[in-house]
Design a protein around this ligand. Structure first.
Ligand SMILES: *Cc1c(COP(=O)(O)O)cnc(C)c1O
Length: 630
């Protein structure tokens, strides 16, 4: 017989999406294994420890060792593919800053990645400005993608003057002229890449980032124009890179192979013109298998990092052999797969919000003076069974409509309405029970399941911490970090504390489908924590200030060889003062205005002087409070 823990592992798919970094221990707690080697650390112990130190949930926990481990995996994958296929070029990786620009993330990447000449990709002036300050290995690349003006070019080129290997990727024809003007003014030899439009597209949500109608890249004739322009000026040697990026989270390996074929042909044809392009940059797009299903579904990927590397190397090698040109050095710009795993959010359930309250026995009694609509609902409630449940459920829906119509016309009382509603939910719950015993569960009852599910109110903001769940319905694994020894008895959806009905999580990972409800434990009022995993890519930087909820508390944790954890750094979440400043309130002015309101009340004798001064003190203390519930 399977143990409850084994069952939990299956329910939440920890081994499927965890990529070896997460597990469940014998205590029924979630475990993190940043270095893959030993047993890992107990997440519940860590959260309790952090809570004692004043860092309560919502809590963003970063495991920097997962970042370095991903760098090693990437390096290893390409190294072994290069060896296996006897590929003539090298592999260089860069981290695209837009995926997670936090300083600690970049520092970690560059520290460990220095051994593999890991580089950076900046897509805006602000990213480049920060990137220029980062110590990089002398061979590491600094690629500048994105649309550029003269100021962007100037920053890129002064980077070359201090010895950085900065390469300007041309996204538009006009950028070439701007770059050459600035380069001449500064007296520096530029280095260029060309971003070319491919006919091939990715797959999944970002399919339209590639293809002919893509926002980015040069058409074939524009590419030829760049070659002519540089050739006329005897500057073809400044062209170092041919670049493609067909979109993020490419779920289907076939699309990647097709794009590689096309990209390699373009490279080969240019190379045959005698232009010594050194690098072929295949962009990012390596997908994270958020749901663990290993399929081409939006939130998944039907390939591994090793397969990606093998297919890229093999495809490019085949085309180069066919065209009789040397294999290029290869650049990859994977971001999502590199940083997604390293960060997780711990949220605390604060309350259960029920759709209807069970066991309100008096509500279910009927009396002779009940309106007909209520007594009819009562009849349905009494005589619903496994044969008629579908029909009775439809009848109940009609009665509910009628109930509200009558209420709005002033024909029934609040008590009648309450009784009618309770009866309706009771009928629905019974219908759902019968539906689930049937062989085939009709769609309407699948929906009913999430309607009837309890909603767990969690202390966090979806908009701040998992914006992609709200914006594009991306799935993230959600797992209780403790109590996994107890069977999960409740079906719930999660709602956050923003005053926005979109602030909810009601789609969950599943190996075969998308779950509408999450199977978790009954909330009994004692601290109950859920982990939202794989939030290290895109979420932090795209998270917003909706409702003026700020950054959650944050901790950086490493695990030593003996299996003990060390809290390397803690960063308290944004204060109320900080958040009002975002909305352009001046802290001091706000304080003074409130204070003068109190003064006026005191002057008018509406307030006692002593009370007035206490109110002022209270108001002042809140400015340093956090924006979440405590
Ligand atoms: C966003 C982006 C990437 C990163 O893509 P991932 O899917 O996160 O790997 C790489 N290159 C360019 C040009 C990008 O715009």
């Amino acid at each position: 017989m399977r143990t409850t823990i084994e069952k939990a592992a299956e329910t939440y798919g920890v081994a499927s999406w965890g990529s070896g970094y997460f597990d469940i221990n014998r205590k029924g707690n979630l475990v993190v294994k940043p270095s893959e080697s030993d047993d890992g650390i107990d997440l519940k112990d860590l959260v309790d420890d952090l809570t004692r130190r004043g860092l309560s949930a919502p809590l963003l926990i970063r495991f920097p060792q997962i970042l370095t481990n991903q760098v090693k995996r990437l390096h290893r994958s390409f190294k072994s593919a290069i060896k296996e296929f006897d590929y003539g070029g090298r592999h260089r990786a860069v981290f695209p800053m837009k995926v997670n620009p936090m300083r600690e993330v970049l520092e970690e990447f560059l520290r460990e990645g220095g051994r593999y000449d890991y580089g950076l990709e900046a897509g805006s002036k602000a990213e480049l400005y920060a990137a220029l300050s980062m110590p990089q290995s002398s061979d590491g690349l600094l690629l500048c993608n994105g649309f550029k003006d003269a100021a962007f070019m100037e920053m890129a080129l002064i980077g070359r003057l201090v010895g950085k290997n900065v390469i300007i990727t041309l996204e538009k024809l006009s950028e070439l002229k701007t770059a050459l003007e600035v380069a001449e003014r500064l007296g520096v030899r530029p280095a260029f890449g060309i971003r070319a439009k491919l006919y091939s597209k990715g797959s999944g949500k970002w399919e339209e980032s590639g293809g002919e109608s893509s926002k980015f890249g040069l058409t074939t004739s524009e590419t030829l124009e760049v070659l002519r322009y540089l050739g006329d000026r005897d500057m073809l040697d400044t062209l170092k890179v041919l670049h493609f990026h067909i979109g993020s989270q490419i779920t289907d390996i076939k699309r990647i192979k097709n794009a590689m074929k096309e990209a390699a042909r373009v490279y080969a044809k240019i190379r045959q013109k005698g232009i010594q392009i050194e690098y072929l940059n295949v962009g990012g797009g390596m997908a994270v298998d958020y749901d663990g299903s290993r399929t081409s579904f939006e939130s998944s990927a039907n390939y591994s990092m090793e397969e990606f590397a093998n297919d890229v190397i093999f495809t490019i090698k085949s085309v180069c052999d066919d065209e009789d040109v040397p294999e290029p050095n290869l650049i990859t710009e994977s971001g999502r797969i590199m940083s997604a795993y390293h960060a997780m959010l711990v949220v605390k359930v604060t309350e259960e919000i029920e759709t209807y309250v069970e066991e309100v026995a008096p509500m279910l009694k009927v009396s002779s003076d009940d309106p007909t609509v209520v007594s009819e609902l009562y009849d349905l409630h009494r005589s619903i069974n496994s044969k008629n449940y579908r029909e009775y459920y439809h009848d109940a829906q009609e009665h509910k409509e009628e109930l509200f119509t009558m209420f709005n016309l002033g024909l029934i009382s609040l008590e009648d309405r309450a009784r009618g509603e309770s009866l309706f939910w009771e009928v629905s719950a019974k219908a759902l029970k019968y539906a689930q015993q049937a062989k085939y569960v009709p769609e309407e009852f699948e929906e009913l399941k999430s309607v009837l599910a309890a909603r767990y109110l969690c202390n966090f903001s979806v908009f701040r911490s998992v914006p992609d769940h709200w914006a594009i319905e991306q799935l993230f694994p959600v797992v209780p970090i403790h109590r996994l020894k107890e069977p999960a008895s409740e079906f719930v959806t999660l709602v956050d504390i923003t005053c926005d009905s979109d602030g909810r999580m009601d789609k969950f990972v599943d190996l075969h489908d998308v779950k509408q409800v999450l199977e978790i434990h009954a909330f009994d009022g004692s601290p109950y924590y859920l982990g939202i995993f794989l939030v290290g890519a895109y979420q932090e930087i795209m998270g917003n200030n909706h409702n003026l909820f700020g950054k959650p508390n944050e901790a950086h944790v490493v695990v030593d060889k003996g299996g003990a954890y060390h809290i390397k750094k803690t960063i308290p979440g944004s204060t109320i003062g900080k958040m009002i400043e975002y909305a352009r309130y001046d802290r001091e002015a706000v304080r003074e205005r409130f204070s003068s309101m109190v003064d006026i009340s005191v002057k008018n004798s509406d307030l006692d002087e002593e009370v007035g001064s206490r109110i002022k003190d209270l108001y002042d203390t809140h400015v340093e409070g956090i924006t979440y519930l405590v």
